[in-house]
Ligand binder design. Structure first.
Ligand code: CA
Length: 620
């Protein structure tokens, strides 16, 4: 049937004619794709990418938004527009691109209204426990998105390094389980598009900073995850990558400027010698070789000294916090980015969101280096950081050493004690993110030679010591990587996440009795934290380990001890004399053991402690 020509058709025809006159020009990207009113800063910089776009003159007729400055760069296909949101109100308007007083291109832009309370949203704190998920390997909630036509790498569960089909819907489906276990934050490895040829499932080779990878879902689904997680009292932490991009990022086929990535886009590896940044004897060349080198040929290293790129990365992070109502950010390979830029980036984020917790990854066991990046640490060179938290790699290594190494003057539990004794270096040791393992290292059950008693001690310590604990998915059912430290094996599919699995971690179907025991123990520890938030977030006191026993206390705000933790590495039941702990115990009446509610008077002379065990006592 012949359709009547409507106004819409006439308009479409008109714009088609306009576009046909725009030969030689087009618009590929305008980023950020939209923005919000009522931020405390009124500046916004748009990256505009399109063929020969720099030959056109952008204009906005709406008086509430002014183009303060138009920046041209080496590449004529880019423009950077400094906008001033004078009215700072929600509004749709059009950016017209002119040539010889004729409109060649048009782009509709929108300033949205911010969600109420977005500024002071609850963030990650010492009361939380973070659940780290590898999204491709956690649960396949939507088989329809396992393969996406436009994305090169296809579904291949037979390949340990391939895409297995896990997605955001899978995480949503498991929210009941995650909440019931007692986790209160989800940190997923990056979910942004990784349109790489292969080995893309890890997510750290980003090819689009404003879109969720279609194999995980969509931006809307990510926002739904955040909303539904919030209904389960769970926050969402985004994994942000500032240091590098994926080599298939559109920037790489049309670089805005030659200094956008280091080494003019050619692979030159980083030395990974982060010490050079902190070394008072160090030379400039070594610092550069660390910061400016690439990780791998498929991950070009970004040069955040380029001011447009720096602004792009700052706005991008703010955009996601606002869009997905994030409760926190984890920054990948933190120290590899430019130091001055990191100051700017953390300051911008924490100025906009004063309560937002952000944790940087700095993989070193030297607390002099990890502490350097945390706000308030006051390092010797006066470096200013606004980063609230760092990953506590030193504690991770010390805890494993403490449990595995033989007790001697310099080894065993003393290694844990010594690391904690270095906490004075940190601006805020209580805000460090602590963990026993993560997605980049052997699973803790493997690190502890599949010794359940040691696993129990590690988990009990992690969940009752200072800091914000993070648990890698599957740790609760003793997932392991025996005989290999291959990342693909470490990040094995979570049992029950795929339809055909004969094991299911959520229903406990097919789990061994030891796995069930571990899961119940984890749940009980997490519940203890939930019921006694004061017992796990207050001041930490500890005693020098003696004869294979390490004792620590948590105090409440009034300074009264509320919890006592005790690690016993001895292979026999040990009678621990309590007299040494009188300064704490004289303030209370009785001790109640978490495991079985056994009570002991605080005046008792000794405490009988099972062999190779961790025990937690509530003090009243
Ligand atoms: Ca899927």
């Amino acid at each position: 049937m012949q359709k009547k020509l409507t106004t819409k058709h006439i308009l479409t025809l008109f714009f088609t004619l306009v576009i046909s006159e725009s030969f030689g020009h087009d618009l590929k990207h305008v980023e950020p794709p939209f923005w919000w009113a009522d931020f405390n800063h009124k500046e916004l910089q748009l990256l505009v990418h399109g063929e020969n776009i720099s030959q056109l003159e952008p204009k906005i007729s709406y008086k509430g938004v002014e183009i303060k400055k138009v920046h041209k760069v080496d590449n004529p296909n880019y423009l950077f527009l400094d906008l001033l949101l004078k009215k700072n109100k929600p509004k749709k308007f059009t950016i017209n691109f002119y040539k010889d007083k004729k409109i060649i291109l048009k782009h509709d832009y929108e300033i949205l209204k911010r969600k109420k309370g977005a500024e002071n949203k609850e963030t990650i704190s010492g009361r939380d426990v973070i659940y780290l998920i590898t999204p491709d390997r956690y649960a396949n909630g939507d088989e329809e998105n396992d393969e996406v036509k436009s994305l090169l790498e296809k579904h291949n569960r037979g390949n340990k390094d391939g895409r297995h089909g896990g997605d955001i819907q899978g995480i949503i489906n498991n929210l009941d389980y995650i909440e019931e276990m007692g986790f209160t934050q989800i940190w997923s490895m990056p979910l942004l598009e990784n349109a790489m040829d292969n080995y893309s499932y890890h997510g750290y080779a980003i090819t689009d900073h404003y879109n969720i990878d279609a194999r995980y879902g969509s931006n809307q689904l990510y926002r739904q995850l955040s909303r539904e997680a919030n209904e389960h009292n769970i926050g969402i932490i985004m994994d942000v990558v500032l240091n590098h991009i994926g080599s298939n990022h559109p920037w790489m086929s049309d670089l805005p400027s030659s200094d956008w990535v280091h080494h003019q886009g050619e692979f030159s590896p980083t030395t990974h010698r982060r010490e050079a940044l902190h070394d008072i004897h160090g030379v400039e060349a070594d610092k550069k070789a660390f910061s400016n080198g690439w990780f791998v040929p498929t991950m070009p290293d970004l040069n955040q000294q380029n001011p447009y790129l720096a602004t792009y990365l700052i706005q991008n992070a703010i955009w996601w916090v606002e869009y997905a109502q994030l409760s926190g950010i984890r920054v990948d390979t933190y120290s590899y980015s430019d130091k001055a830029f990191l100051t700017r980036w953390t300051k911008a984020l924490t100025t906009q969101y004063p309560d937002l917790n952000i944790v940087g990854e700095e993989w070193t066991t030297n607390p002099v280096i990890t502490s350097y990046w945390q706000a308030g640490s006051n390092p010797a060179d006066g470096y200013q950081s606004y980063l609230p938290s760092v990953m506590d790699f030193p504690l991770q290594q010390a805890l494993v050493n403490a449990l595995k190494n033989e007790e001697s003057w310099g080894s065993g539990l003393i290694e844990l004690y010594e690391i904690l004794a270095s906490d004075a270096l940190y601006g805020d040791p209580y805000n460090l993110v602590t963990f026993t393992d993560n997605h980049d290292m052997s699973r803790i059950f493997t690190q502890l030679d599949e010794n359940y008693a040691l696993w129990d001690m590690a988990m009990t310590y992690l969940l009752t010591s200072r800091g914000i604990p993070q648990v890698f998915y599957g740790t609760e059912i003793l997932m392991a990587n025996p005989g290999t430290d291959d990342h693909g094996i470490i990040r094995t599919d979570f049992p029950g996440g795929w339809a055909h699995h004969d094991q299911n971690a959520v229903t406990q179907k097919g789990l061994s009795s030891l796995q069930k025991k571990a899961q119940n123990r984890m749940r009980s520890l997490l519940n203890f934290r939930r019921q006694h938030p004061g017992a796990v977030s207050g001041e930490y006191l500890h005693y020098v380990p003696e004869a294979g026993i390490y004792v620590y206390f948590r105090l409440n705000k009034q300074g009264t001890p509320v919890m006592m933790g005790l690690l016993n590495k001895n292979t026999a039941v040990t009678e621990v004399e309590l007299g040494r702990f009188a300064p704490q115990l004289k303030q209370i009446k009785q001790l109640t053991r978490l495991k079985d509610n056994k009570t002991v008077a605080a005046t008792a002379a000794t405490l009988s402690v099972p062999a190779q065990s961790a025990s937690v006592w509530l003090l009243q």
